[in-house]
Every structure is written in C-alpha cells, then in structure tokens.
Ligand binder design. Structure first.
Ligand code: A5A
Length: 480
C-alpha cells in the first residue's frame, strides 16, 4: 500500500499512489521489471483514449492493420542506423521449446522493418499512394534508464504507430504536418498542453531524416515526450529494395513517415489534471461520468425514498447518454464515498438527501473546482451538460496556463544559470547551430537539449552563449 501523497509537493509518490488507489495500473508486483497490469478501471480509461485515436486516424484515411510481434533478426538489422539505435533495447526470442532457433526473433521494439517489407509486396505504383497504415499494439524495449509505470515501461502496451508511404519527399513532409495536426487535435481533446520541437540531429529517431516531437511539462517541472513524428526519407525503402512506378515513368524508392504515441499519453492525462485528492478526468474518457450519492437521514421510509429518487435520477441521466453510478453501499458513510470517487476522478457528483427528494432540486459538485450547484429537476440535463463541458475546458485552460508559465526565454549565461537552479519547465536559448555548443550547454545546465522551436522561429539579431550569431531557439529541460 502506498500512502496518500500530495500532487502539489510530492508528485512522484502521488503518481504511484493514484495508480494504485484509483485501480488503474498495478505496477511493481509483476515479476518482470517494467511491466504492469491494466486493471478494469484503468482499462476503461485506456479504451476511451484508444477510441479517440482510432477516430482521428480513420477520419484521415489511415487503415488499421496488425503485424506479427516477432521480427527476424535479419529483417530488423537491414537498416543500419535503425538497428544501431535499438540494439541495446531489443528483447530476443532464441528458443522454441528446447530447440535453439536458427534465426533469432526480436520482440518488436517498433515496426518500421516488417511493415516496410510488406509494403514492398503490396505497393507497386505511385497510383496507390499515399498509403497510411496504423496499429495499436504492445512493443517491447529493454529500457535501461529507471523504469516508471506508464512512462518508461519495457512492455509499451498502448503503442499506436502509424506508417505511411509517399511518392515524393514533399508528400512525406506534408504527411508529417498532417500527423502534427492530428496529434494537436488529440492532445487538445484531452486537455494536455504541449510544445513542439524539432529534435536535434543527435536525438532523432533511429533511421529518420528528422523527428518532430511533442513534449509536455509534468507537475514536478520535468518534461516528458508524449509523441513523435518522423520523416523517414528513403532509408527503409532503399534497404528493402522497395521500388515503385513513379509519375515520371521511372522506378524509384518511395518515401515514408512514421509517428507514434504511447501509454505516456494516459500518464500525462492523469498527472496534469490531477490534484491532492486524486484523479480528475475529462468527462469524455471517464469510465463513470456522474456518481450519485444517496444521503439518507432518519428512518427506513426516508431511506427508501432517497434510494428511489437516486435511481430515478440515474435512469434519467443514462437516457440522456451519460455513464452514471449510484453508490448505494450501506457500509460506507457519504464522506468515505466522496473520498473514494474523488480519488477516481469522477467529473460530477450528485448528492440526494430527503431535502432534495422533497424539493426536487439536487446538489451537484464538480470534481475540478469542487464548486457546488443547486439544480432544479427541470434544468438537470442542461446543467449537467454545461458543467461537464466547462470542466473539460477548465482542465485544458489551467493546464495550458501552467505550461506557458513554465517556458522561459533567456539570452545570457547568467539568466540560464538562474533557470538551472530549479530547472522547472523549459528554457529557450538562442543557438548558433553547432552540436558541440549545445552539448556544452547541456552539460553546464545539467539538462537535455529538446531541440529547436517548431515551426522554426527566427532568432535574427540574437547571439548564442558562445558569442556566435544565433540561427534558432534551442530548448533545454530536465526530462523523464
Ligand atoms: N515508430 C516510431 C513512431 C517510434 O517508435 N517512435 S518513438 O520511438 O519515438 O516512440 C513513439 C513514442 O512512444 C515516443 O514519443 C514516446 O512518447 C513513447 N515511448 C517511447 N518509449 C517508451 C517507453 N519505454 N515507455 C512508454 N512510452 C514510450
């Protein structure tokens, strides 16, 4: 049992506490490091997040597929940069029963290689392009940095990877932009604020031409990468000898992109919107949107009428399309029920006691601000709908305000060092474009270079800490 901890002052423990208390993800007890169990309540949150992802991809013409989890060594090794980036992180299957396998099989760390192989079998002409596939699967990475539930796991159970094929560099670039727009819509729908950076050359995806990344700031001020989109150029199509008929009549290698998000998205919804009492869920992903607490006082008859009224109100709200629960457990007092449902982030609570029964006005309490509303029977649906929508937009705007307050621009060494005392959020510095210089700054600040502001913002007239003319704004942060 992890004891209750404060979101505001002890975030790391709070996160472990809330996963357990709200029965989201049972982590740390499974005898394989970096792997956890989605519990029923967490699974429902995850399922709704996945539904949003599916809708966004399907609407933009992506087709869902499902590839094998095992990739033969020879296939995974085709693209040399790719395998260089992943070789320390691959789990290998070496035996079938007692027999050693003649070809080692990798548990996929990502699926560029086997998907490209099949694309080369399926796609013969530019006329079939653009082609956009995606899958939502488990991938495995033997992470050596400290593992954390949902944030850095070795089985990433909610890995949405999209893979696309194009007849030109430009069309693949356009696809990267579409991916960025789609992810913006995705994160916006969950109220997760983000900043977008072009990762530095030395930190791009293994095998990509370039990587655009979404990062968010967690409650402890550390930055977490929550999504990435990669222009893969012809790096994979070339090594798989994947050629197609091009519009100009020649045969050539097509261009690709890939982009992905993971369980980290759920980790960030939990973390960013939470508070000292526990989860606060946007209403569209909440497994239970409204909880009704009957508050009986006095005798048996009163108790029965409160129960009946609670069920009547629940049925009515269910008819209006909400996921509603009446908590009629007799062994718990109302205060204990409040505590229980607050920890689980139920967006709206309705208290119904004898007074509510006789006056047909209900007390509504929203989870984000704990504000109370007295609502008459006639206006119930209207008020519920408006409170829930307001809750979502409040979660989003307070999260954005927080993120914006944690992005700091500096121009001098002294300002940078001031930031480095606490290292909360993100620091932006003018940068000359030289790797060595950014590396030095990383070391000096003891922070990581996230990459340059995207879309690129002019740094004209600014100078780098080294004194040279700046060509871009480079971001630094402490990261997960
Ligand atoms: N095939 C491409 C899309 C790819 O694999 N890109 S990626 O390596 O950048 O991973 C996509 C996203 O998965 C990352 O942006 C990050 O948010 C998440 N991710 C990466 N490693 C993770 C891990 N060990 N645990 C949880 N999420 C992880």
């Amino acid at each position: 049992m992890i004891s209750r901890s404060r979101w505001s002052s002890d975030f790391s423990r709070w996160f472990d506490w809330v996963l357990e208390e709200a029965e989201i993800y049972d982590y740390g007890r499974y005898p394989v490091k970096g792997m956890g169990v989605w519990m029923p309540y967490g699974f429902q949150i995850r399922r709704r997040v996945i539904e949003i992802l599916r809708e966004l991809h399907d609407r933009r013409g992506h087709e869902e597929v499902l590839f094998p989890i095992l990739i033969p060594e020879s296939m995974l090794k085709r693209e040399s940069e790719h395998i260089k980036g992943f070789e320390d992180e691959v789990f290998w299957v070496t035996h079938g029963g007692l027999e050693p396998l003649d070809v080692k099989l990798a548990l996929r760390p990502t699926s560029e290689t086997n998907i490209t192989y099949y694309e080369s079998l399926w796609i013969k002409s530019y006329k079939q392009l653009p082609k956009k596939y995606y899958q939502i699967v488990s991938v495995f990475r033997y992470e050596t940095k400290a593992t954390r539930p949902l944030v850095r796991v070795r089985e990433i159970t909610t890995f949405k990877e999209a893979h696309t094929v194009h007849s030109s560099y430009e069309d693949a670039e356009r696809q990267v932009l579409e991916a960025i727009e789609m992810y913006k819509e995705f994160f916006d729908s969950l109220g997760i604020p983000y900043i977008i950076s072009r990762r530095p050359e030395w930190d791009k995806f293994a095998g990509a031409l370039y990587t655009i990344a979404f990062d968010t700031v967690m409650p402890d001020g550390k930055v977490m990468q929550i999504g990435t989109a990669h222009h893969l150029g012809q790096n994979f199509t070339r090594v798989f000898d994947f050629r197609i008929h091009m519009p100009d009549g020649t045969m050539d290698f097509p261009w690709q992109t890939s982009y992905g998000v993971s369980d980290r998205v759920i980790a960030s919804v939990i973390s960013i919107h939470g508070d000292d009492r526990g989860l606060v869920l946007p209403y569209h992903i909440a497994p239970i949107q409204i909880v009704i607490i009957p508050i009986p006082a006095g005798g048996e008859e009163e108790r029965r009428s409160v129960q009946e009224e609670s069920r009547r109100v629940a049925a009515r709200l269910e008819r209006a399309g909400y996921r509603v629960k009446v908590d009629d457990r007799e062994e718990l007092r109302p205060g204990a029920k409040y505590y229980y449902w607050e920890a689980r982030g139920v967006p709206l609570r309705i208290d119904i006691g004898p007074e509510e029964v006789s006056s047909r006005t209900y007390t509504l309490v929203r989870r984000d601000t704990l504000e109370k509303y007295k609502v008459s029977e006639e206006s119930l649906e209207k008020e519920v709908s408006s409170i829930l929508r307001d809750l979502n937009s409040n979660l989003s705007s307070r999260a954005w305000a927080r993120l914006k307050s944690l992005v700091k621009r500096a121009r001098s060494e002294q300002e940078a060092e001031e930031w480095a005392v606490e290292k909360k959020g993100i620091l932006e510095l003018p940068w000359c474009g030289n790797e060595e210089c950014a590396r030095k700054t990383e070391e000096k600040l003891d922070a990581k270079a996230l990459g340059t502001v995207w879309p690129p913002e002019s740094a004209e007239g600014e100078s780098c800490l080294c004194g040279r003319r700046a060509v871009a704004w480079m971001r630094y942060a402490k990261t997960y």
